[in-house]
Ligand binder design. Structure first.
Ligand code: MN
Length: 430
């Protein structure tokens, strides 16, 4: 089942076919001079996938205001339909990551059937103990899994166990845990005791993980707590993941570090110790801006993928990181932002595949800083758009996705039936 008319895609793609074939052939010749097989890169682009967060399909907001778009999804079924549109046009986003309790439904089998019909799969389920739900008996105002009071911790543990049950019904294979726990004032919280309480709570969740599941811990240095957070950085993260066990790994959200942090080096460290669980891709200028992937620091994103491809190249053990977008779209149509972002993440991956590892290792061993740097820059500076467009064409996705999306009139169509619900969730800020 498709949301976008297949005839429209075929027709629009055919208009661009001749130019694409020409550009693709020219790029193929250029790459062949460096002994790079363009067909291998195109096959890799076709196989690449990054998950869409269900909440990313709604309009985001800041703590000041939210400006909803016409026709934004009001429930998980409508979010799923938007995710299908994104995948049909981008050809690289065939999985969805749900968020609970925002996406709880009465009948998960119906939701799974709907996703199956679209050709979408469910990946990591995300728990939410950073806000109180209506009629909740205890509050998370002063923390959840690390709360000083046992009933509050127990509520947070129970919610995470519920998330595992929901995820099992959807066929998901991992639980991502991010907590807003922390403090706003020096002295407010005992650092060690709060971390101990967190580890105790997490060990209870870990015990209930199905054998073929992983648990991913997401660190974040600030917000909503502004003085300290319990899982502040990758150091606290990897310590917790090592303490909890082999099924627990660290998740890197690009926006959750101090400005100018060398994230690619963190990625390397996590890979080395088999603790890289996955990513939340986004971009930022100042903090956790949740801007579109590759829109501010495309070179950083490329350097992160350089580490990931290096691990693939070395056939690193237990290396199967989960890729997901986690963004907040405040002024754009989220479908357009997510299509472009998925493709930009895919672009970084394919460019990283073009780095000649033997050359790079040689320059590193001989301490040739200039040539090592140039080896990376050479791949980064190459315009590989024809490879990505050809990958989409071969998968029946759109050669020019944004143009096609606008021509489809999808947003206008759903706006006629999705009447705005001002209480709809979708701040998308984690
Ligand atoms: Mn995140």
């Amino acid at each position: 089942m498709k949301k976008i008319d297949q005839g429209l895609i075929a027709n629009e793609n055919s208009k661009l076919e001749e130019a694409l074939d020409y550009d693709y052939a020219a790029l193929g010749e250029k790459l062949a001079r460096d002994n790079i097989d363009i067909e291998k890169l195109t096959a890799a682009a076709q196989a690449f996938d990054v998950a869409i967060p269900s909440w990313g399909t709604g309009t985001g907001g800041t703590r000041f205001a939210r400006f909803p778009n016409e026709g934004e999804p009001r429930n998980i079924f409508e979010k799923l339909a938007d995710c299908s549109v994104i995948n049909e046009l981008s050809g690289c986003t065939s999985s969805v990551s749900p968020h609970f309790p925002w996406d709880i439904v009465d009948d998960f089998s119906e939701l799974k059937e709907q996703a199956d019909a679209y050709g979408l799969t469910w990946v990591a389920v995300n728990s939410n103990t950073f806000q109180d739900q209506p009629n909740q008996e205890v509050s998370y105002k002063y923390g959840s899994l690390s709360h000083t009071q046992k009933p509050n911790r127990e509520a947070a543990i129970a919610h995470n166990l519920d998330c595992i049950e929901y995820g099992k019904q959807l066929g998901a294979k991992s639980l991502t845990v991010w907590i807003g726990d922390g403090s706003n004032h020096p002295g407010q919280q005992h650092f060690q005791r709060s971390f101990e309480r967190y580890l105790d709570s997490m060990s209870m969740i870990y015990r209930e993980l199905p054998d073929d599941w992983e648990m991913h811990i997401e660190h974040k240095m600030f917000e909503p707590a502004f003085y300290s957070t319990v899982i502040q950085d990758w150091g606290s993260n990897i310590l917790a993941a090592m303490h909890l066990g082999p099924k627990c790994k660290s998740l890197v959200d690009l926006g959750h570090h101090a400005p100018n942090t060398n994230i690619e080096m963190i990625v390397s460290r996590l890979i080395q110790f088999k603790k890289l669980g996955g990513f939340h891709f986004n971009d930022s200028k100042y903090g956790d801006d949740d801007l579109d992937s590759g829109s501010i620091h495309p070179y950083q994103q490329f350097l992160i993928f350089n580490e990931l491809v290096d691990a693939e190249h070395r056939q690193q053990d237990e290396f199967h990181p989960a890729y997901m977008l986690d963004q907040s779209h405040n002024v754009t149509d989220p479908i357009e932002s997510l299509i472009i972002s998925g493709i930009e993440v895919q672009r970084s991956y394919i460019k990283a595949l073009m780095v000649n590892r033997d050359n790079l290792y040689g320059y590193q061993d001989s301490n040739d800083a200039i040539m090592a740097s140039q080896e990376l820059k050479k791949a980064f500076n190459m315009d590989i758009s024809p490879i990505l467009a050809m990958a989409r064409a071969r998968k029946g996705a759109a050669v020019d996705p944004i143009n096609l999306y606008r021509k489809s009139g999808y947003r206008q169509d759903v706006a006629k039936v999705r009447f705005r619900d001002p209480s709809a969730s979708g701040s998308g800020i984690v």
